[in-house]
Design a protein around this ligand. Structure first.
Ligand SMILES: C[S@@+](CC[C@H](N)C(=O)[O-])C[C@H]1O[C@@H](n2cnc3c(N)ncnc32)[C@H](O)[C@@H]1O
Length: 213
């Protein structure tokens, strides 16, 4: 069974929670105004992220890599009134778009946008996180992991995206993004502080649960 089969994908999308109308609009805007619209999570992954956040009874979420805000809005759906989602985007050209989007779609201002490099910004955010969604530059997943682990509560979950990198993880290569993901996958495998499982959805998603400090 090929999970990328278009008919199967259509069937899946017809049999899961529907994509809210405002997110469909965001997909259209992302296609119109950005050069790499494929970076957006999309319907299936967005619903998966929301469900994991709900199952974790999240109060505080961290996201590395906001892009056009799709995954941030999906995860924020799971937050209680008192909850917060901190999302970090390095590309400052996205700032005006994101501030306007969050003002419109997140009226209670649970989403806190940080513009800059996640590796610099994470240590400046106070408090623990229940869930971290790692979706930034694939070259730096190892550094992101080392930076977020001290901030992840015991029992907390890291969801790392693109960890199969279109199958390139099987290749011997010098491509920096592939090497970044391979090193990350090897590090997670050898880290006994965490439980880990790779879900072969889309481009691969690793679930990493902290079980030891
Ligand atoms: C795959 S996109 C994120 C997609 C988004 N999470 C979604 O699902 O819709 C990756 C984003 O990470 C950003 N990025 C790359 N390196 C970063 C870093 N060090 N800190 C923060 N953001 C970073 C990129 O500019 C890009 O917008």
């Amino acid at each position: 069974m090929d999970l990328r089969d278009e008919n199967l994908e259509k069937y899946i999308l017809e049999h899961i929670d529907s994509e809210p109308e405002y997110l469909k609009e965001l997909v259209r805007d992302t296609n119109l105004y950005t050069l790499k619209p494929r970076m957006l999570s999309g319907h299936l992954q967005g619903r998966i992220l929301k469900m994991f956040c709900s199952m974790m009874s999240v109060e505080r979420i961290l996201e590395i890599g906001t892009f056009t805000g799709y995954s941030a809005l999906c995860m924020a759906e799971a937050l209680p009134e008192t909850g917060e989602l901190h999302t970090i985007e390095i590309n400052d050209e996205m700032e005006d778009f994101l501030l306007q989007l969050f003002e419109k779609r997140d009226p209670s201002a649970k989403i806190k946008l940080h513009i800059g490099d996640a590796i610099q910004i994470i240590p400046t955010i106070d408090g623990w996180f229940d869930v971290v969604f790692m979706d930034g530059n694939k070259r730096h997943y190892v550094e992101y992991y080392e930076t977020v682990m001290p901030k992840l509560r015991l029992g907390g979950l890291i969801i790392a995206d693109n960890t199969l990198w279109d199958g390139h993880v099987l290749e011997e290569t010098r491509d920096a993004q592939t090497v970044g993901i391979q090193k990350f996958n090897d590090l997670i495998m050898s880290d006994d502080r965490v439980e880990k499982v790779i879900i072969p959805v889309r481009d691969g998603m690793t679930l990493i649960r902290k079980i030891k400090n």
